[in-house]
Design a protein around this ligand. Structure first.
Ligand code: DGY
Length: 323
């Protein structure tokens, strides 16, 4: 007998035991393999769906939902949602959800680690050693910059930025941040962080960490002119979205010694990487894994599943026993 329950699409294989909860309420269309769906494929599958569980691989806007009369909710597995055209989806009556909070601490751990790896040349040193180039201990091998006692500049002081600031206090760092709006005094105190305008942040940071949500308004906000304001001994780490940094300007600065090092987890055309960055030794490159601890990725999927169930009207009601 045909399943007449609401239908939801899960756009890539996620944790089966968690996603399986959707089957209690919905007819679930699962996807067998990880990979990018074409815009036409997305539109075709959404045409018969009431909801969708998607990731940053799936770009969805007005065109993809134009023939999806039943679609009422899209749950994004991720805190960033620049893959979704929220105004267009809202206009079409579709609720969009994301997964904040559950990934904050894991992402902050990773941002800090990536910044340290860039400053202390950890992956560069490892490659050099594995290459068989370490012949004898020497005083000047792979000298890097310090992290403790330096100035950390955080661009974007949301939850993850605040998590990074709290980690910095253990390293006795001075923390400056720049944000669209200044944080309340109690949060600044809790993070031991001071507000700075963008230029001051660039000029004073020994380590700049980018944790800014992406929108077209901040596209290439870190461009050649911004990088020129930074110290030549500084590092730049990006765990937000690739489009915030002009990668060619960054490559120029890393090639010329205008900037000491970079740590990148995100790229403008990911998974394609700018070949100039790939060729550089003073940049640590990771494949968009800042939130990638097992526990956190499971928590993100679980929250997205809850969000989709609730958005389609099957969530717990007041007075229901906790599950
Ligand atoms: C997010 O949540 O936005 C990450 O970039 C992907 O996990």
């Amino acid at each position: 007998m045909a399943d007449t329950r609401p239908r939801v699409w899960v756009s890539q294989p996620l944790f089966g035991d968690i996603v399986g909860r959707l089957r209690e309420h919905f007819d679930v269309i699962e996807t067998a393999a990880v990979g990018k769906h074409s815009q036409d494929e997305i539109a075709a599958v959404l045409a018969s769906c009431d909801g969708a569980l998607v990731t940053l691989n799936d770009r969805i806007g007005a065109a993809e939902v134009a023939n999806a009369p039943r679609l009422r909710a899209i749950a994004n597995v991720g805190v960033g949602y620049n893959n979704l055209d929220v105004p267009a989806l809202t206009q079409a009556g579709i609720v969009v959800t994301n997964t904040p909070d559950v990934l904050t601490e894991t992402s902050a751990d990773f941002g800090f680690a990536l910044m340290m790896a860039a400053a202390r040349r950890i992956t560069e040193a490892e490659r050099w050693l594995r290459d068989g180039q370490w012949r004898q201990w020497s005083f000047e091998t792979m000298l890097g910059g310090d992290v403790h006692g330096t100035t950390l500049g955080i661009l974007g002081m949301g939850r993850i930025g605040q998590g990074i600031a709290r980690r910095a206090s253990g390293f006795r760092m001075r923390v400056l941040y720049h944000n669209r709006s200044r944080l309340p005094a109690d949060i600044e105190r809790d993070c031991d962080a001071a507000y700075a305008d963008f230029d001051t942040l660039l000029a004073q940071a020994d380590h700049l960490v980018i944790v800014l949500p992406y929108s077209t308004a901040v596209h290439h906000i870190v461009d050649a002119a911004a990088i020129a304001k930074m110290k030549p001994t500084a590092t730049l780490t990006n765990i937000a979205r690739g489009g915030i940094v002009d990668e060619d300007a960054l490559a120029d600065a890393l090639e010329s010694g205008r900037l000491a090092a970079a740590g990148l987890d995100v790229y403008e055309g990911e998974p394609a990487i700018n070949p100039r960055l790939l060729a550089l030794r003073n940049v640590v490159l990771t494949p968009h894994i800042a939130s990638g601890s097992l526990a956190t990725r499971r928590a993100m999927v679980s929250l997205a599943v809850d969000n989709l169930i609730a958005a389609l009207g099957f969530g717990p009601r007041a007075g229901d026993p906790p599950t």
